[in-house]
Design a protein around this ligand. Structure first.
Ligand SMILES: Cc1cc2nc3c(=O)[nH]c(=O)nc-3n(C[C@H](O)[C@H](O)[C@H](O)COP(=O)(O)O)c2cc1C
Length: 157
């Protein structure tokens, strides 16, 4: 709490805070109008089978939109199956992945939020386990895959 007070005092002394935008002020970026300054950042859920969005994603992302975040960005979404972090990652490597994602984003948009997606390739971090299972490279018994395409040959540890 003390550091927040310091920040407030610093701002009050150095800036005219009356002219600063507020959290619930709208924001226009090119043609996109955000109703406030709250953006839900992408958060891996490790809750997919074969990369497909499910009711989990509808509720997880949809409830943030219902809560009035201005924008809701879907988690890292693999553009190739070998580019997933874990076997339970969200993906968009076939046309069949589109409809379940469309359903989620349509609901988010119906609530007045801007839907977004983080297109991703895991690089060195591909073929690893979910964080709550240790996040380590998968063994063959756990369904690891290779080769792993990454900018570095150093294995993820
Ligand atoms: C559960 C969880 C999952 C996350 N998954 C992703 C992800 O898919 N992609 C990403 O770029 N960052 C991911 N992050 C990082 C967040 O998007 C965010 O950048 C990070 O939490 C820092 O923001 P903060 O300082 O507001 O907490 C994740 C964070 C959490 C807590």
């Amino acid at each position: 709490m003390q550091s927040f007070t310091h920040v407030r005092v610093y701002l009050a002394c150095h800036y005219n805070t009356d002219s600063m935008p507020h959290l619930f002020d709208s924001l226009k970026v090119r043609d996109v109008e955000f109703s406030n300054r709250i953006v839900v950042s992408p958060m891996c859920q490790y809750s997919c089978q074969n990369g497909f969005a499910s009711d989990w994603h509808l509720v997880h992302l949809g409830s943030r939109a219902v809560g009035r975040a201005a924008a809701v960005i879907a988690e890292a979404t693999a553009v190739t199956p070998d580019g997933r972090i874990s076997p339970a990652d969200l993906g968009i490597w076939t046309d069949a992945h589109i409809e379940p994602l469309r359903r989620v984003f349509a609901f988010v948009a119906e609530q007045g939020a801007i839907p977004g997606i983080q297109l991703a390739h895991a690089g060195r971090k591909a073929s690893t386990d979910a964080p709550w299972k240790g996040g380590k490279p998968l063994s063959p018994a756990e369904g690891c895959w290779s080769p792993i395409f990454a900018p570095s040959a150093l294995a993820f540890s």
